[in-house]
Design a protein. Sequence first.
Length: 266
Amino acid sequence: MTGYNNRAGNAAKKLTWKELLYAAAPALFYMVILNAAHVFFVFLGFSDSRILLQAMSVFVSLLFFCWYAVRTHLKIRSRKKGIYRYPASFCYVVAVVMCGVVNNYLFSILMSVVRKFSSDYWRVAQNFYKQNLLLEIVALCILGPFVEELVYRGFVYQRLRESASETKAAVWSALLFGAMHFNLVQFVYAFVLGLLLAHIVSKTGSLFTAIAAHMAANLVSVLWEETDWLDFLNQTGIRQHGAAAISLVLMWIFLSYGNQLQKKIR
C-alpha cells in the first residue's frame, strides 16, 4: 500500500460507501480476531484474569496484522532523514500525552453530566484497571497501541487517503477508532486522539511516532489511575480547570513546534 500522500486530486472527491467499507474492513476484522481469540482462551480455561486474557487476545491480533502489513507492504516509515526528525517526534509524543491529560480533565469535569451515558465505560474500567500493573502496562500501553496504530492509522487511514483528502481520512479514521470502543466516554477520547495521531502520520509519513505517542499517552493514563506517581495531576475545582487549560496550551505548543521542525526535514 503506497503513495497515499501523493494523491492531491482526492481532496475534492466524495467518498463512496464501497470505499468506506474497504477502509473499515481491517478495523472490523481486528475486532473479530480480538473477540474470537478471547472466546478461545476463555473456552480453554487458560486464565480468570481479564487483563491477561486481553493481553493474549491483543497479542494474537498483533501477530496477524504484523504479518498482513509485511504481506501488503504497508507504509510504516518515512524515508526522510535529518537531525530534526527525533526532536519533532518528541514534540509530537508530548503533544499526544498532553491531549490525553486534557481529555482526562474534561472527562472528570463533565462526568456529572454524562455519568448516565457512561455505564459501559465503567464496566470497561473495572475489567482493565485495579489489576496487575505490569500486565496492564503490557496490554494497554504496549500491545494495544501497537496493533491499534497498525490498524487505524496504518490500514484504515492509508486506505482512506487513496480516495480522500487528509482531512476526510483523518476524520473518518478517527470516527471509526472512537466507535470501535463501544461507549460514549471512550468514543470522545479516542476520536480526539485519533485526529491528532492521524495528523502526526500525515506530517511524518511514519507510524512509529504515532505508535510511540499512543503508548506514552496510555502509560500516563494507567500510571495516573493506578499509582500515586502522578498525584500532582489530581486537581479539583478551579485548579482542575486551570490545569486543563495549561495542558491544552502545552499540547498546542508542542504540536506547533513539532510541525515547524518537521518542515525542516528533507
